[in-house]
Design a binder for this molecule. Sequence first.
Ligand SMILES: [Zn+2]
Length: 286
Amino acid sequence: MNGREHIKIDAGNYQRGKLKGRKPTSAQLCKHRDGNYYIHIQIKDSAPTPIKSNNVIGVDFGRRDIAVTSNGDKWDGKQINDVRDKFSRVRASLQKKATKGTRSTRRRARQILKRLSGKERRFQQWLNHNISKSIIQSALKNHAVVAIEDLTGIRERTLQLPRSKTERRRSNSWSFYQLRSFLEYKGIQFGVEVIAVPPAWTSQTCHQCLHIGLRSDKRFKCINEACSWSGDADFNGSKNIAAIGVNLVNSPRGSNCLCCVLSVDSSGLLKAHTVPDRGSVWVVYF
Ligand SMILES: [Zn+2]
């Protein structure tokens, strides 16, 4: 390009609407592979001050389900797992073709593989957008803070039990990190605080009586006879996450008194305690 050129912007109504009345201060002009030029325009928005609240929605990222909230909302993994399994079957057969077939078959297989990975990624992204959007909207409606597990725990937790090859692929490839980052940025955008809580014991503890219970896949069963709550394991987890979240929003910043040691109560069962001088602190002690 020589000197300065005037180029007419070919923007749709949506883009024009977004730009109306705004004064963008930066933009990048990019030449894409298709040969066209695209302009990326940045618009600054000031984020609303996050709502302060003692009401906490806990979100558990599950083994089977993608997410379960302490309000009882649930996104089951069936649909996504079906789609992913289908993609993975197709991919396996294509990969075979991409290494063994004739030259043109190999090239064709590589092309389809590439297209497939884009499709799968977009589907996952679309689902993560929807999940994070409805969690943040529900938090707005209920004036609540959203508590999620610190995701470094996910691998440890899902690695505890021996799993089939299919299940390993699912839990390692599902993008919890994307879901978390979507939750965080939508939280900032709409003024909903998103906090991460330590994941220790959230899936093993009974949310009703704080005793350690039995978890088998989708079910949680409290072994304390006086309580004997049983139900959806991820829902139980989300209740515990919410309880830790309540403690976190009530404690002054920096004095995080959570720890994860356990005690044995009079009946010999492991128990997570509430400590009287710290209010309703969700702490577990020896
Ligand atoms: Zn219980």
